[in-house]
Design a protein around this ligand. Structure first.
Ligand code: TYM
Length: 332
């Protein structure tokens, strides 16, 4: 069975961009692959979050995974920092990564622009840690949104370079994109993102979703209800692609083009369809929350134990290949 790996940062609440871009694939793949999913708290340190808040966010994202339908009986779900081998392998792989390559990463350039006052080395080497996450488990496929494709390309380059130097060790991990690799936000322009304040949370209460949809950008050409619109230019219509069955969507497109329906009508249908997908997630979230944090903590802990067993095997091999002792303190 192929092994896959993916991760989510504990920097905010999960939104429908995360859900459609990555989690939909996480859910499908836990049925057919050996799936390993992670809450990447080492990565979150680049922005120096408040310590208590970070611990809290990790639990919330863990709970979010479970509410969305990740089943700990089928997939390993764990906290990155429970497996310190991630940081160890990142150091080694950093010696196989060129500064020039890291300088080209668009996510680094964006973040460096956003946080001019704190362009730290962690932000710069972030993609190396991401490569370590994946290669530590010798994952063959990585389900992600399009914004992570460049990081994955680098992961493949690093794997290839390591293999060329020390002999076959890591598979070159393939990128698995979903049907919605780049979900735009409420502004209809930028990628939906925790940091851009343009998101619909997967746990947002129905009235909040309704409110957000009310302000969501539609086709600019439709200033008045009587102006005909063009669904292919409308971000709200794009969202219908993921939530609304084909026949109903065709009807809406026709209505929009003929000005038979207004944007308000179209958004109303979207709300109902979206809510039908999100309501069970909210319900599961409430159920799991009622069990107390112990449940989430237990799942993450148990997942961490399983992950660490795999990571330990890889590190033994890697340490030996690069000329360290196979285990700290000897172990030969
Ligand atoms: P993060 O936490 O920003 O996002 C988690 C996943 O959601 C996808 N995503 C989107 N997909 C489509 N449209 C959007 N608007 C959208 N916003 C987010 C992301 O592509 C991602 O798949 N660096 C990663 C976390 C990471 C990782 C890894 C991923 C760390 N190590 C190893 C894969 C493998 C990140 O910041 O994702």
């Amino acid at each position: 069975m192929k092994r896959i790996f993916s991760g989510i940062q504990p920097t905010g609440s999960l939104h429908i961009g995360n859900y459609l871009g990555a989690m939909v694939n996480f859910l499908a793949l836990q049925e057919t692959r050996e799936a390993i999913y992670c809450v990447v708290d080492y990565h979150a340190l680049t922005i120096r979050p408040d310590p208590d808040r970070l611990r809290d966010r990790v639990r919330h994202v863990g709970l979010g995974y479970l509410a969305a339908g990740i089943d700990p009986e089928k997939a390993i779900l764990f906290r990155q920092s429970d497996v310190p081998e991630h940081a160890e392998l990142a150091w080694i792989l950093g010696c196989f990564t060129q500064i020039g390559e890291l300088s080209k990463m668009t996510q680094f350039k964006d973040k460096a622009r956003q946080h001019k006052e704190n362009v730290n080395a962690g932000l710069f080497t972030y993609p190396v840690l991401q490569a370590a996450d994946i290669l530590l488990y010798k994952a063959e496929e990585v389900p992600v949104g399009e914004d992570q494709a460049q990081h994955l390309e680098l992961s493949r380059d690093i794997a290839r370079r390591f293999n060329n130097h020390y002999g076959p060790t890591f598979p070159e991990p393939a990128t698995l994109l979903s049907q919605a690799p780049r979900v735009l936000g409420l502004d209809g322009e930028q990628k939906m993102s925790k940091s851009k304040n343009n998101e619909i949370g997967i746990l947002d209460p129905p009235e909040v979703i309704q409110q957000k949809l009310r302000i969501a950008k539609t086709d600019e050409a439709r200033q008045r209800r009587t102006d005909p619109g063009e669904p292919t230019r409308c971000n709200v219509f794009t969202w219908h692609t993921f939530f609304t069955p084909d026949a109903e969507r065709e009807e809406l497109a026709k209505g929009c083009r003929e000005a038979g329906i207004g944007c308000v009508d179209c958004k109303k249908v979207l709300f109902e369809r979206m809510n039908a997908v999100l309501a069970p997630i909210r319900e599961r979230h409430e159920e799991l929350k009622a069990k107390g944090w112990e449940y989430v903590d237990q799942v993450l802990l148990e997942g961490g134990r399983k992950a660490r067993a795999i990571a330990g095997e890889t590190m033994k091999e890697v340490r030996e290949k690069v000329g360290l002792l196979p285990e700290p303190g000897g172990g030969a």
